[in-house]
Design a binder for this molecule. Structure first.
Ligand code: GDD
Ligand code: MN
Length: 380
C-alpha cells in the first residue's frame, strides 16, 4: 500500500460518491486506500458502506460511536488505522480537490520532507472557497498570530490551519498528539520540528451540505493554541480572560435594564463562575476529569473558591466605581491589549524572524513534553 487517504466526516452523505469518484479518477498507478473516520449522526455511514461495496479500490469505514476530540481526534484515529506509511488527510466536502493529490505525492517523492502541506496562502494558492469575508478575516488573522507564536516550527508553512496535507506517519509521535477540535495540522507541526514542503492549492466551494465550523470551534482553537504554546496554565488564563469579558458584558446589560450595579455585579459573577467552571471542565482539564472524582465535587470546590474571591473583590470594585470613570478604564484596557498583540506579532515575525539562509533544522528532533504541563513544547 503506497498511500492511505484519511477523510474525517460528520454528516457528509451527499458528498461521498462524488468524492470517491474524483479520487478514483486520479490514481496514477500507486496503490491506495480511503479511510472514512465518521462521527455522523445521520445516514452517512450507510452511504459510505454502499459506496465502498461498489468501489474499485479499498474503502474502509470507521464509525465512532463515542467521538473523541472531534475532527482532530478523527484524523489521529485514521493515522492509527492506516496501512500505508504516507497518509493524506482531506475534507469530505470536496473543498480539497482530489485532483491536487498527485502534486502533493510528487513533492513527497523527492524524499527530503516529512510533510507536504496544501496551502491556500502560498503563492499561487487561493482561499476564495471560504464562506465569507468574516471567515476569511478570521482565518488570516489567526494564521498570523499562530505563526507569530511558533516562528520557527511554522516558518516553512504559510497555512497551518489547512486540513489538506500529506504526512509521513513515521515522522510523528501519535501518542504525543493532543487533538482538540479542528486544527490537527497545527497540533502536528507545533509538537515537533518537521521538514515541511508546501504546494499551493485553491480552496474550493463546498460540494453539498453545510460547514461544521462554529464559534465553539473558534474557542477550542484558542485553547489549543494556548495549550500548545504555554501549557495548561495559559489556557486557564485565557478562559479566565474570556470569563472576565463575559462578566462585564452581563453586568453592563443588567445595569441597562435598571438593575442596581452591586446586584448586577453579583449576578454577573455567579453566571460567569458557573460558565468558567464548564469551560475548565470541557476544555482545559478535559483530559484529567476521569481521574479526579465526581464533577459535582469539583464544581462545589470551584464555586466556593470563586465566591470567596468575589466577596473580597466587591468592596474594591465599589471604591473604583465611585472614584474612577469606567469607560476610560475600559478604553485604556482595550488599547493596552491591542498594543500587546501588535508588539508581540511584530517581534515574533519581524524582529526575530528566522534568517532566510539559515540551514534547515535537523529532522525529527523530538521535543520534550514535560509531564503534567499539558503538552508544553519549546519552539526553539
Ligand atoms: N469525524 C469528524 N468528526 N469529522 C468532522 C467533524 C467531527 O466532529 N467536524 C467536522 N468534520 C469533517 C467534515 O465532515 C468535513 O469533512 C471536514 O471535517 C471539514 O469540516 P467542514 O465543516 O467542512 O469545515 P470547514 O470547511 O470550515 O473547515 C475546513 O477548513 C478549515 C480551514 O479554513 C477544514 O479543512 C479544516 O480542517 C480547515 O482548518
Ligand atoms: Mn469544508
Amino acid at each position: 500500500m503506497d498511500l492511505s487517504i484519511i477523510v474525517p466526516t460528520f454528516n457528509e452523505g451527499p458528498n461521498v460518491v462524488e468524492l470517491l469518484r474524483r479520487i478514483g479518477a486520479q490514481s496514477d498507478g500507486r496503490t491506495f486506500e480511503v479511510i472514512f473516520v465518521d462521527d455522523s449522526t445521520d445516514d452517512t455511514p450507510q452511504i459510505i458502506q454502499a459506496a465502498a461495496a461498489a468501489s474499485a479500490f479499498p474503502v474502509r469505514l470507521i464509525h465512532r460511536d463515542f467521538p473523541d476530540a472531534g475532527l482532530g481526534g478523527a484524523v489521529v484515529e485514521g493515522f492509527r488505522l492506516a496501512q500505508a506509511r504516507w497518509c493524506l488527510v482531506m475534507d469530505g466536502d470536496l473543498q480539497h480537490p482530489p485532483e491536487d493529490i498527485a502534486r502533493l505525492l510528487r513533492r513527497a517523492d523527492a524524499g527530503d520532507v516529512d510533510i507536504v502541506v496544501a496551502s491556500r496562502y502560498a503563492a499561487g494558492g487561493d482561499s476564495r472557497g471560504l464562506a465569507d469575508a468574516t471567515r476569511t478575516a478570521v482565518s488570516r488573522l489567526s494564521t498570523l498570530v499562530t505563526k507569530a507564536m511558533f516562528p520557527r516550527k511554522l516558518a516553512g508553512c504559510s497555512d497551518p490551519m489547512t486540513g489538506f496535507f500529506l504526512l509521513d506517519r513515521d515522522a510523528v509521535d501519535l501518542d504525543a498528539l493532543r487533538p482538540r477540535g479542528f486544527k490537527i495540522l497545527l497540533e502536528i507541526l507545533a509538537r515537533r520540528q518537521l521538514r515541511v514542503a508546501e504546494v499551493p492549492f485553491a480552496f474550493a466551494e463546498r460540494h453539498a451540505g453545510r460547514s461544521k465550523a462554529s464559534f465553539t470551534q473558534g474557542v477550542r482553537f484558542l485553547v489549543q493554541l494556548a495549550m500548545l504554546r504555554f501549557g495548561r496554565m495559559s489556557a486557564f488564563a485565557l478562559v479566565g480572560g474570556l470569563g472576565a469579558i463575559a462578566n462585564l458584558l452581563i453586568m453592563w446589560g443588567l445595569i441597562r435594564f435598571g438593575v442596581e450595579y452591586l446586584v448586577a455585579a453579583v449576578i454577573a459573577s455567579e453566571v460567569t463562575i458557573i460558565g468558567n467552571f464548564l469551560l475548565l471542565e470541557y476544555l482545559v482539564f478535559a483530559d484529567m476529569r476521569s481521574e479526579s472524582g465526581l464533577m459535582r465535587h469539583r464544581f462545589l470546590k470551584s464555586f466556593a473558591f470563586n465566591n470567596v474571591e468575589a466577596i473580597v473583590r466587591l468592596p474594591v470594585m465599589s471604591v473604583l466605581v465611585e472614584s474612577a470613570h469606567v469607560p476610560s478604564v475600559m478604553a485604556a484596557a482595550l488599547t493596552l491589549v491591542a498594543a500587546f498583540v501588535v508588539r508581540f506579532v511584530f517581534h515574533a515575525l519581524v524582529v526575530y524572524a528566522p534568517r532566510r539562509s539559515a540551514p534547515t533544522p535537523p529532522a525529527r528532533e523530538p521535543v520534550a513534553v514535560p509531564e503534567g504541563a499539558g503538552g508544553r513544547t519549546l519552539d526553539a
